[in-house]
Design a protein around this ligand. Structure first.
Ligand code: UD1
Ligand code: CA
Length: 460
């Protein structure tokens, strides 16, 4: 549906009111519903990030129980208005009045548990609010495959005749397919006056936000509906099942976007991205790879199967895995390689450096071109503090070495296999920390002969 154009292209100042005071009982969780993560970020933050594109001047989150958790998650980014007890969506918005004192712009009402509304859709609602017919309220509607318990928007040519909750609706009204997403745009100057006139004489005994439309209509004003054909963006999340569905849909879209941007996903349905994953061009991601938050991957990187990445940066031409684990602070410079069963945490691998097998590199700095042998461990922790390991350029660390930090290994140095190194190694030095090797030619042959003889004689 196309809406009439706004009278002016300049937008009024904007305030967000995000409702999040519902009990969220169906989640059965100690964590506030809107803080459950999707793609590694709380659903509330997904919503706030989309709305940030509209540069809101004020942001109010209406909270009930669990507001401490919300305060912690939001910090200074939003004001929390408390709704206690929870007497309905209209009553919830009323609680934002104090936080919006003196605000004269537009108010966009969102739900914390409807996190994927696009900024573009929010823009459409605000533009509609400023069209020539100047509606008092703009409602975001949608036509779901199953109308379930949604409130209905009875409308004619985009003008709302009546808003009615499913529980209060007649059969004829229930037959209406246009549903209320719950999201609304209202001018700040009108909002609280309209809410003041909303009563609770209805099937649920609640103060319905939807009734501001009916109040405005009764006063001879018009109210408009903007329709989205993307059911996904207005999908509410009320249970763990719906949370998993939302995650699945998010991932599906992100995979499609990654491929559209030039990454090869060998088995897209097995790759899991985070909200902030950055992929370059010609990146290949094999099967069963998981991206946690904070991963940036440059061009021409290959991520082999079953790798897990989080908080790390991969420069161009890097290859990792299969079965690589990159933890926060891992930085792999151009062309470096991390192989199977290698864990890297808070460590830099210089250009072309390699750690190909069975290694732990934690709190380390590995120079360009260094070779870290199989089974090398940086012993970075003594049970109390963490210490750094610094390995020079082109150094060669033999297999099964323990580098006991704090320690520096010089450039071009060699650490012999099996060494437990606890003192610094200079540039160009060979360090060998092992017991003396005993060499006894023929000893084993003599041993076997003697033992076989004893056994044959029945002795022990
Ligand atoms: C609401 C709408 C309905 C719409 C549906 C879309 C009303 C009266 N009904 O119904 O038309 O189709 O959403 O999902 O608005 N909340 C509070 N305080 C309260 C009650 C709710 O903050 O006292 C918050 C909830 O946390 C939630 C949102 O408001 O984020 C919607 O609440 P919910 O109970 O899901 O509303 P519905 O009855 O489903
Ligand atoms: Ca709901």
């Amino acid at each position: 549906m196309t809406e009439p154009a706004p009278v002016s292209s300049a937008r009024a100042p904007l305030a967000l009111v995000v409702l999040a005071a519902g009990k969220g009982t169906r989640m059965k969780s100690d964590l506030h519903k809107v803080l459950h993560p999707i793609a590694g970020r709380p659903m509330l933050q997904h919503l706030m990030a989309s709305a940030a594109a509209l540069a809101p001047e004020r942001q109010v989150v209406v909270a009930g129980h669990g507001r401490d958790q919300l305060e912690k998650a939001l910090g200074d980014s939003a004001t929390i208005a408390v709704q206690d007890p929870q007497l309905g969506t209209g009553h919830a918005v009323q609680q934002a009045q104090g936080a919006l004192a003196g605000f004269a712009g537009d108010v966009l009402i969102l739900y914390g548990d409807v996190p994927f509304v696009r900024a573009e859709t929010m823009e459409r609602m605000l533009a509609r609010l400023h069209a020539e017919d100047a509606p008092a309220v703009v409602v975001l509607g949608f036509e779901p495959a199953d109308t379930l318990q949604y409130g209905r928007v009875i409308a004619e040519q985009g003008r709302i005749v009546k808003m009615v909750e499913h529980k209060d609706a007649t059969d004829a009204e229930r037959a209406c397919r246009l549903c209320n997403s719950g999201l609304m745009a209202v001018r700040g100057a009108d909002l609280f006056g309209l809410l003041d006139q909303v009563g609770n004489d209805n099937a649920q005994g609640e103060y319905y936000l939807t009734d501001i439309v009916n109040v405005a209509n009764a006063a001879g004003k018009t109210c408009a509906v903007v329709v989205t054909d993307d059911e996904y963006e207005v999908a509410g999340i009320n249970s763990r099942g719906e949370l998993a569905q939302a995650e699945a849909r998010w991932q599906e879209r992100r995979r499609a976007a990654a491929m559209a941007d030039g990454a090869t996903l060998v088995a897209p349905e097995t790759v899991w991205f985070a909200f902030d994953t950055v992929l370059g061009r010609d990146v290949t991601v094999e099967q069963n790879v998981v991206f946690g938050p904070g991963v940036t991957v440059a061009d021409h990187v290959v991520i082999h199967a079953f790798s897990h990445l989080e908080g790390c940066t991969l420069d161009s031409g890097v290859s990792i895995g299969p079965f690589a684990r990159l933890r926060p602070g891992a930085r792999l410079e151009t062309g470096s390689r991390v192989g199977n069963f290698v864990e890297v945490k808070n460590a830099r691998l210089g250009a072309g450096a390699k750690a190909n097998h069975l290694t732990y590199l934690g709190d380390a700095d590995v120079g360009a071109g260094a070779n870290i042998g199989a089974g090398t461990i940086t012993c970075n922790y003594d049970g109390y503090f963490k210490y750094r390991t610094v390995i020079g350029e082109r150094a060669f660390i033999g297999s099964n070495s323990a580098l006991i930090a704090p320690i520096r290994i010089g450039a071009d140095a060699i650490v012999a296999a099996g060494s437990a190194v606890s003192r610094d190694v200079s540039d160009g030095e060979l360090r060998l920390v092992r017991g003396e090797q005993l060499v006894k030619p023929g000893w084993a042959d003599r041993f076997h002969d003697a033992m076989k003889k004893k056994k044959a004689e029945g002795k022990k």
